[in-house]
Design a protein around this ligand. Structure first.
Ligand SMILES: [Zn+2]
Length: 227
């Protein structure tokens, strides 16, 4: 084999090894809690050390909703790789009645309340927490963000982000009493970690490729607004 061919092979091997090391060293996975309802894994993507923004993405809280669970982890890693932004993906794994509409949801919310809120509080919160969902046809329109806590910081950020990317922004009528248990058990405790909080809804009938594209746009617009 000619010398230049050997050199080329060595260079390609070095690039592959360095890329693998970069990917490996830039991400960590740890279980932050488990009980009889299920468990929560925390996957931290931090490729650029002192990144100025930290965005948290929660997936799997409502275990029957599948699309966001395949889309959000992909976006979390690819966004962190390409931006100076720490992205933490809490993956909720409900093992007790995951396919029961009401019990499964309540169990996922309980896991987020007990383990994600606790971990975030211990680590000083985040700039933004995005809670991922899929919604059925007829329940809300297209891609949208809701700000159930209706605190000024989350609402102002949501206004900036939705106007940049054309998502709808659902605001809760604060004159009405709170009916949803997830607002009390999940959204307000996350707000107090402290963090801004978005509820993010993907239409469950959409394809994965478009869902990834739209979710990337959401994370990028959030990052730009926070930077
Ligand atoms: Zn949901």
């Amino acid at each position: 084999m000619k010398n230049w061919k050997k050199a080329l092979i060595i260079i390609i091997c070095l690039i592959i090894i360095c890329s693998a090391l970069f990917l490996f060293l830039g991400s960590t996975t740890e279980e932050v809690g488990s009980n009889n309802l299920g468990s929560v894994d925390k996957v931290t993507y931090s490729y650029y050390g002192d990144a100025p923004v930290t965005i948290v993405i929660i997936s799997g809280m409502h275990s029957r909703e599948k699309l966001h669970q395949s889309v959000l982890p992909v976006v979390a890693q690819s966004f962190a790789l390409t931006h100076r932004c720490n992205v933490i993906n809490y993956k909720v794994n409900v093992t007790s009645s995951p396919n029961d509409f009401n019990i499964g949801r309540t169990n996922g919310e309980s896991l987020v309340h007990d383990f994600v809120v606790k971990d975030l509080k211990e680590n000083g919160g985040a700039d933004l927490v995005i809670i991922g969902h899929d919604h059925e046809e007829g329940y809300g329109e297209d891609y949208y963000i809701a700000t159930p806590t209706m605190d000024n910081a989350s609402v102002e950020l949501a206004k900036k982000v939705t106007s940049a990317i054309g998502f709808k922004h659902y605001q809760r009528n604060t004159n009405e009493s709170i009916k949803s248990t997830s607002i009390i058990n999940v959204d307000y405790p996350l707000l107090r970690t402290p963090s801004k909080v978005f509820v993010y809804e993907i239409p469950e009938v959409d394809g994965k490729t478009n869902a990834i594209t739209r979710t990337c746009a959401l994370v990028k617009a959030s990052f730009n607004a926070l930077s």
